[in-house]
Design a protein around this ligand. Structure first.
Ligand SMILES: *[C@@H]1O[C@H](CO)[C@@H](O)[C@H](O)[C@H]1NC(C)=O
Ligand SMILES: *[C@@H]1O[C@H](CO)[C@@H](O)[C@H](O)[C@H]1NC(C)=O
Ligand SMILES: *[C@@H]1O[C@H](CO)[C@@H](O)[C@H](O)[C@H]1NC(C)=O
Ligand SMILES: *[C@@H]1O[C@H](CO)[C@@H](O)[C@H](O)[C@H]1NC(C)=O
Ligand SMILES: *[C@@H]1O[C@H](CO)[C@@H](O)[C@H](O)[C@H]1NC(C)=O
Ligand SMILES: *[C@@H]1O[C@H](CO)[C@@H](O)[C@H](O)[C@H]1NC(C)=O
Ligand SMILES: *[C@@H]1O[C@H](CO)[C@@H](O)[C@H](O)[C@H]1NC(C)=O
Ligand SMILES: *[C@@H]1O[C@H](CO)[C@@H](O)[C@H](O)[C@H]1NC(C)=O
Ligand SMILES: *[C@@H]1O[C@H](CO)[C@@H](O)[C@H](O)[C@H]1NC(C)=O
Ligand SMILES: *[C@@H]1O[C@H](CO)[C@@H](O)[C@H](O)[C@H]1NC(C)=O
Length: 288
């Protein structure tokens, strides 16, 4: 098991922190200054967010008396209608010549033929997210990272009760993280880093007990790191770096025994790194 021990010494009125690394593979990110620590980390790749002018399209559908499987098809068509640029033509296969389960990026469950995965990553898609996605009630994975998706994350995602993986990193999403995602109680991974999200970590997220990854880095999020995160003991990755979070780093994070990655750097935190962090014996990457 990899171990990191965090050492503290008081230097004048400031706090100095050193990270003693007991394995070469570890990335140790240090350290120090006066009471405010503003530190940075070299482990992040640089990236560029492509800004494409926003355009939207509207869709109207007759949704009366649809069979459940047809609801999925309507939702996928609504998704496609909101995409105004598809650089690699991935959505060309989304046409009447084949069943939606055969469309590129779509996986269906074997028995019911309902959509379980939508995965279209790094394909140069521009557009916004249709609220109709919330009707894909068997969806487990929604993966759209590294495109140019704009607009907000629809609150209707909160209706995806089977959703486990929501991976939207490296897009141009704006607005707040919808508190309604707290209804996705099976959520295991939430990746939204590298967008333009604002606002706070929703307090309703205190019920997401299955969450293993919460990756919020490189947005414009504010407020404090809520202490309830220390109750989400399944967490393995907690990344909040490059935002505008403030306040103290909560002591309760020391309870996250399974945490292997903790990225806090480049925010407006003040105070000291809590002593409870001595207990984080699984930690492999710790960036303050
Ligand atoms: C929906 O299910 C019905 C009955 O099982 C079937 O006849 C129909 O072809 C299905 N439609 C789609 C789009 O899968
Ligand atoms: C419709 O989808 C099929 C693949 O399922 C593809 O071969 C065909 O070119 C598509 N048609 C159009 C008009 O894009
Ligand atoms: C998404 O699909 C790509 C291939 O197109 C695959 O490499 C990747 O593992 C998939 N990601 C997820 C999270 O399912
Ligand atoms: C992200 O997408 C762009 C353009 O679609 C592609 O050139 C780049 O390689 C992708 N990056 C990663 C890390 O997948
Ligand atoms: C699907 O979602 C949209 C928008 O959230 C909604 O207006 C519509 O009635 C829903 N139902 C069906 C069956 O498509
Ligand atoms: C993020 O998106 C930009 C623009 O599409 C791309 O150039 C870059 O490689 C992406 N980075 C990652 C880490 O996916
Ligand atoms: C929020 O989630 C709840 C529970 O899944 C759902 O009933 C409601 O429609 C969602 N709100 C919106 C605006 O979609
Ligand atoms: C973050 O928000 C502030 C104002 O709330 C704004 O001045 C700043 O430009 C934003 N930063 C980014 C990277 O969007
Ligand atoms: C953490 O959970 C405990 C017990 O379940 C509860 O009493 C406490 O209020 C929670 N802490 C926060 C900050 O939500
Ligand atoms: C922590 O990790 C161990 C080993 O992977 C696992 O058995 C345990 O259930 C995890 N604890 C929580 C609270 O997820």
């Amino acid at each position: 098991m990899l171990k990191v021990s965090v050492l503290f010494e008081t230097v004048g009125s400031g706090v100095r922190m050193g990270t003693k690394i007991v394995d070469r593979r570890l990335v140790g990110c240090l350290l120090s200054s006066s009471v405010v620590f503003v530190l940075f980390c070299l482990v992040f790749p640089l990236f560029v967010i492509l800004v494409v002018p926003f355009a939207s399209s509207t869709a109207t559908f007759t949704t009366r008396n649809l069979a459940q499987n047809e609801t999925d098809e309507v939702a996928l068509r609504a998704f496609k209608l909101k995409i105004f640029r598809d650089a690699q033509g991935v959505l060309n296969s989304w046409n009447d010549s084949s069943h939606f389960c055969e469309w590129e990026g779509i996986t269906c469950g074997y028995r019911r033929r309902r959509v379980t995965v939508l995965n279209i990553s790094s394909k140069g898609l521009s557009g916004s997210l249709s609220p109709y996605i919330g009707n894909l009630s068997f969806l487990k994975r929604f993966v759209l990272y590294n495109n140019s998706i704009q607009g907000e994350i629809p609150h209707e995602f909160g209706r995806l009760r089977r959703l486990k993986y929501l991976i939207l990193s490296n897009n141009s999403l704006v607005g707040e993280i919808p508190a309604n995602l707290s209804h996705c109680s099976r959520l295991v991974e939430l990746y939204v880093q590298g967008n333009k999200l604002v606002g706070k970590i929703p307090s309703k997220f205190d019920s997401l007990y299955n969450l293993e990854v919460l990756s919020l880095s490189r947005n414009n999020l504010t407020g404090q790191i809520p202490s309830f995160l220390g109750n989400l003991t399944s967490l393995k990755v907690l990344a909040v770096s490059y935002n505008s979070f403030g306040g103290n780093i909560p002591h309760s994070l020391g309870r996250l025994k399974n945490l292997t990655v903790l990225r806090l750097g480049v925010n407006n935190f003040f105070g000291t790194v809590p002593h409870s962090f001595y207990d984080l014996s699984s930690l492999e990457i710790f960036c303050v």
